[in-house]
Design a protein around this ligand. Structure first.
Ligand SMILES: Cc1cc2nc3c(=O)[nH]c(=O)nc-3n(C[C@H](O)[C@H](O)[C@H](O)COP(=O)(O)O)c2cc1C
Length: 375
């Protein structure tokens, strides 16, 4: 097991990490990932200027820390999430990046710079994967953040086309004083359907010796975590789509029933006043089979009330401000899980299993007694 002399770097070593995911990685997903065993969770990428201009408040009703711009909540943070939470920003400018980091660092334990996003919006703005080919700018951003932030700074990159170019880049990144490096093992132009190049990570791990390297790409099951570490030599593992489908991917006892997890997701989303459109979007990512009953019902759902009906939540699960302040994230999620399971009226009669298509994984289906025990 790799250890690192620097205590901030050590906090990123030997970890299973929820990857940054725009739209999907909002608070309910992060809470569930933590409940099921993730060691660290990243916010979705937020653009530096957006967070600078946001107003911070503690929601008096829910106790959640909120960053709001023009009435839109850009970021929700659970008051007990801070030890596990990394804020990821999109940026192209050292000074603006620093302002963004200073605006949010009181609520998080790390600041990450996204150097992997291949989208047109990011590239045109000199952000994301554009930074991979602008090392001078990236160096200035990282050095500025490292010099002035009170929390560790990290960055997440993609591979360059050749190993020598990638090695030059990662050595430069290591020299800036960042505390960890996450590598999405695809190049800028490769799509998610193309296999991640775990084989290309080993030389990077060998070259970057002072900070943990985090392997990312195609880790879909708990067993893949050990396999990815063994093959690449990376210290830690970061999971995106595997957690999007079922955030219990972090659970060492195997995945929980995915319908149960979706129920828990809804219970938590309602309790913390997650935006309906966001809740619905993320749930639809959890039901990839467009012909499934849940997917069909979700496409038509227009309100939180409809979600409660689809997911069989009679009473909304509620979290008091005191609970949020004094309970752990895991406690809240366990309560939400119990709430999702315990139905005084009809708990003893489990629903009949719905027919499964042959392609559908066997853990998809209504909650079962076994699934509850597995949590
Ligand atoms: C819905 C979604 C949103 C994403 N948003 C971000 C993001 O905000 N920042 C980022 O660095 N990467 C983002 N990514 C990329 C993932 O973090 C990750 O690098 C990529 O999906 C490969 O990991 P995987 O094979 O485990 O999915 C996103 C991926 C998905 C599927």
């Amino acid at each position: 097991m790799a250890t690192f002399a620097d205590s901030d770097s050590q906090r990123y070593a030997n970890k299973a990490i929820l990857a940054p995911m725009v739209r999907v990685g909002t608070l309910p997903m992060r809470m569930l990932a933590l409940k099921y065993g993730a060691d660290l969770v990243y916010t979705p990428e937020i653009i530096d200027k957006r967070i600078i201009n946001a107003t911070r408040r503690v929601n008096p009703e829910t106790g959640i820390i909120e960053y709001i711009t023009n009435g839109v909540t850009d970021l929700q943070i659970h008051p007990k999430e801070k030890p596990f939470l990394v804020f990821q920003m999109g940026t192209s400018d050292p000074e603006i990046a620093l302002q963004a980091a200073l605006a949010v660092q009181q609520d998080v334990s790390g600041i990450d710079v996204n150097c992997g996003c291949p989208k047109k919006f990011s590239i045109q703005g000199g952000m994301g994967a554009a930074l991979l080919t602008n090392p001078a700018r990236l160096k200035a951003i990282l050095e500025t953040l490292v010099a002035h932030c009170s929390v560790p700074v990290t960055c997440k990159i993609r591979l360059l086309d050749t190993d020598p170019d990638t090695l030059d880049l990662v050595r430069m990144i290591e020299s800036t004083g960042v505390k960890a490096l996450a590598v999405h093992c695809r190049t800028r132009d490769e799509r998610p359907a193309q296999p991640a190049h775990w084989d290309r990570l080993k030389p990077i791990v060998d070259a970057v010796t002072t900070i943990p390297v985090i392997v990312n790409g195609d880790v879909f099951r708990y067993e893949d975590i050990a396999r990815a570490k063994e093959i690449t030599g990376a210290s830690s593992v970061m999971i995106a789509r595997g957690a999007q489908s079922n955030p219990s991917v972090f659970c060492s006892q195997g995945p929980a029933n995915s319908h149960l997890v979706a129920q828990q997701y809804v219970a938590i989303a309602l309790a913390i006043h997650n935006r309906f459109q966001n809740t619905k979007y993320t749930l639809m990512q959890m039901y990839p089979y467009t012909k499934s009953k849940e997917y069909q019902l979700l496409t038509r759902a227009k309100t939180n009330e409809a979600l409660k009906v689809i997911f069989d939540l009679d009473e909304p699960f509620s979290v008091t401000v005191d609970q949020l302040r004094f309970c752990t994230v895991k406690d809240i999620c366990r309560d939400a899980a119990d709430h999702a399971m315990v139905k005084p009226d009809h708990a003893p009669q489990p629903k009949p299993a719905r027919p499964r298509s042959p392609a559908e994984p066997s853990n998809v289906g209504p909650p079962t007694k076994q699934a509850k025990v597995a949590i």
